[in-house]
Design a protein around this ligand. Structure first.
Ligand code: AMP
Ligand code: ZN
Length: 443
C-alpha cells in the first residue's frame, strides 16, 4: 500500500486519512476492526481465546463490541513465544523485532512486507506533519537492530524522501561532525541523549544555533517531562516533538505531536485507542488518567487486540487546530510497572524529573536509588549540577534544601539529595535508566 509523496506545500502526507471527520474515522475503524478480528482467527492464540470465550468474529457489529474481546497482555506474548500469536504463516513474514524483558522470554513481533510499508508510511506522516520535506537531511541516533527506533525511523525518513544519515547510537563527536558536515536539519534521539549531545557540542565549541542547520528534533522512546522538553528546545534552539512508539504496535510512528505541541496524535486509521482504569479495566472518561490499550487495525503478520501497554496517560481531545481529528493523547506519565512504591506512596520518576528541571542550577541527568537502611526504605536522588560551585558551601546547602522541599511537596516523601558534578552519572546509549532499586525484599 505504498504512497506517493505529496507536493511540498501540502500540509498533510496522507490528506484523506489525516483530515477525516470523527464519523469517518469511526466508520473506517469498524470496517478495519472486523477485518482484523476475522484475520486473527488464523492465529492459534486468538482462535483459542475466542473459542474459550464463546466469541465469534461476527459478534463484532459495532465499535463498542470491541469490549467483548478479552485484553491481550505482554505475558500472552511471552507465553506464546516465539511465533504463537502470529496470524500469518512465517513464510510470508520478512522481519522480526524482539524486545528483551527484564524477566522471562523476550517478546517477538513479526512483520510482513505490507506491515513494514505501513510502518514507514506512519513515520513519514509524522515527520511530514512537523514540516520535514524531501530537501531535509535526517539523522538518526537510535541503535539499529532489534530496537525499533533505528530501522523504524530509517524507512520512514526514506519514505518521505529525505537524505538520511543512519548514524546509529553513541559516538557523540562523530554525531556532531555528521550534523555539521552533512547539514542535518532533523535529528531523532532519545531525550536523555540530546542533553548529552549538547554538552559535547558545548565542550567542542559547537553552537547548535549558529553552527548547525538543525530545525526539528524528534524525541521519544522514553518518558520525559514537559520541563525536560523545554530545556532541550532552549539548548538546541529548535522545536522538539514527542514521538511515541512501541515494538508491539510496530515501533515509532504510533503517536506524534503536530506543530501545536498539544498532545500526541495517535493515528486512528491504524489503531483503536482505549484508556482504561488499570484495576477495574473499565474505560475512564476523557481527561482522566488510565492505562493505554491499543488494537491494531492494519497489521498483517501479528495483529493485536486490546493490547495492554502498561503506559499511563489520558485523552486530551479529539480535534486540533492543525485540522487532524485523530485523538490527542497526553505525554506518558510512565508505565505502571515503572511506578515506585516507597513506604506505601506511589511515585513516578517523571514527577521527580519535573521538579528537578525547574532548577536552573541543575543539569538534566539524574538517578534515583532506593535502598533499605536499618529496616527503613529510602530514596536518594542524585542529580548533576549545571556548573560547579562546590566552593560555595552555603549556596549548595540552600539549593539542596530547596530541592528537597519542592520534591516533598510533589511526592510527599523527603528524599536524600546528592548534588554531583556534571558528567559523573552514567549515561546509557539507549533509553535512560532512571531508577536503581537496591531495597531488601522481605517475604
Ligand atoms: P519498546 O517497545 O522497547 O520500544 O518500548 C516501548 C515503551 O517505551 C512504551 O510502552 C513506553 O513505555 C515507552 N515510550 C516510547 N515512547 C515514549 C514517549 N514518547 N514517551 C514516554 N514513553 C515512551
Ligand atoms: Zn494537531
Amino acid at each position: 500500500m505504498e504512497k506517493t509523496i505529496p507536493v511540498d506545500s501540502c500540509q498533510y502526507f496522507n490528506e484523506a486519512m489525516e483530515t477525516m471527520t470523527r464519523a469517518e474515522i469511526e466508520a473506517l475503524q469498524l470496517q478495519r476492526l472486523q477485518a482484523t478480528v476475522e484475520h486473527c482467527m488464523q492465529s492459534p492464540f486468538y482462535k483459542k481465546r475466542f473459542e474459550e470465550n464463546g466469541l465469534k468474529p461476527s459478534d463484532i457489529k459495532t465499535l463498542d463490541d470491541l469490549r467483548k474481546i478479552p485484553f491481550t497482555t505482554k505475558q500472552d506474548l511471552r507465553d506464546t513465544y516465539p511465533f504463537g500469536i502470529a496470524s500469518t504463516p512465517l513464510r510470508n513474514c520478512v522481519r522480526l523485532h524482539s524486545s528483551s524483558g527484564t524477566t522471562g522470554n523476550p517478546t517477538v513481533i513479526l512483520h510482513t512486507q505490507k506491515d513494514l510499508d505501513e510502518w514507514a508510511n506512519q513515520v513519514a506522516r509524522n515527520l511530514w506533519m512537523v514540516g520535514l520535506r524531501p530537501d531535509d537531511v535526517f539523522q538518526n541516533s537510535s541503535g539499529y537492530g532489534m530496537f525499533t527506533g533505528g530501522l523504524g525511523f530509517q524507512y520512514g525518513a526514506e519514505r518521505l524522501g529525505m537524505l538520511t544519515v543512519p548514524a546509529a547510537a553513541g559516538n557523540s563527536l562523530r554525531q556532531i561532525k555528521f550534523i555539521t558536515d552533512f547539514g542535518t536539519t532533523a535529528l531523532h534521539a532519545v531525550p536523555s541523549y540530546v542533553t548529552r549531545l549538547y554538552e559535547v557540542m558545548k565542550d567542542n565549541g559547537v553552537d547548535p544555533r549558529k553552527d548547525t542547520k538543525l530545525k526539528v528534533l524528534a524525541i521519544g522512546a522514553e518518558p520525559h517531562s514537559e520541563e525536560q522538553r523545554k530545556r532541550i528546545e532552549d539548548m538546541m534552539g529548535v522545536k522538539a516533538y514527542n514521538s511515541f512508539g512501541m515494538s508491539e504496535m510496530c515501533g515509532p510512528g504510533v503517536g506524534f505531536e503536530c506543530k501545536e505541541q498539544n498532545g500526541l496524535h495517535f493515528w486512528e486509521d491504524y489503531y483503536i485507542v482505549e484508556i482504561v482504569n488499570p484495576e477495574t479495566l473499565e474505560p475512564v472518561p476523557d481527561g482522566e488518567i488510565g492505562e493505554l490499550v491499543l488494537t491494531t487495525l492494519c497489521r498483517e503478520a501479528m495483529p493485536l487486540l486490546r493490547y495492554r501497554t502498561r503506559d499511563l496517560t489520558r485523552v486530551l481531545g479529539r480535534n486540533c487546530p492543525c485540522g487532524r481529528n485523530h485523538v490527542r493523547i497526553d505525554r506518558m506519565r510512565g508505565r505502571s510497572d515503572d511506578m515506585i512504591v516507597l513506604r506505601g506512596v506511589n511515585i513516578f520518576p517523571i514527577q521527580i524529573e519535573k521538579i528537578l528541571m525547574q532548577f536552573p542550577e541543575l543539569a538534566s541527568n539524574y538517578l534515583i536509588t532506593l535502598t533499605t537502611d536499618e529496616d527503613n526504605d529510602n530514596m536518594t536522588v542524585e542529580v548533576e549540577l549545571e556548573e560547579l560551585f562546590t566552593d560555595d558551601y552555603h549556596r549548595l546547602l540552600e539549593l539542596e534544601h530547596n530541592i528537597r522541599r519542592a520534591l516533598k511537596d510533589e511526592i510527599l516523601l523527603t528524599p536524600h539529595i546528592k548534588l554531583v558534578p556534571k558528567g559523573s552519572l552514567p549515561v546509557s546509549e539507549g533509553k535512560a535508566v532512571r531508577v536503581v532499586d537496591k531495597r531488601k525484599v522481605y517475604q
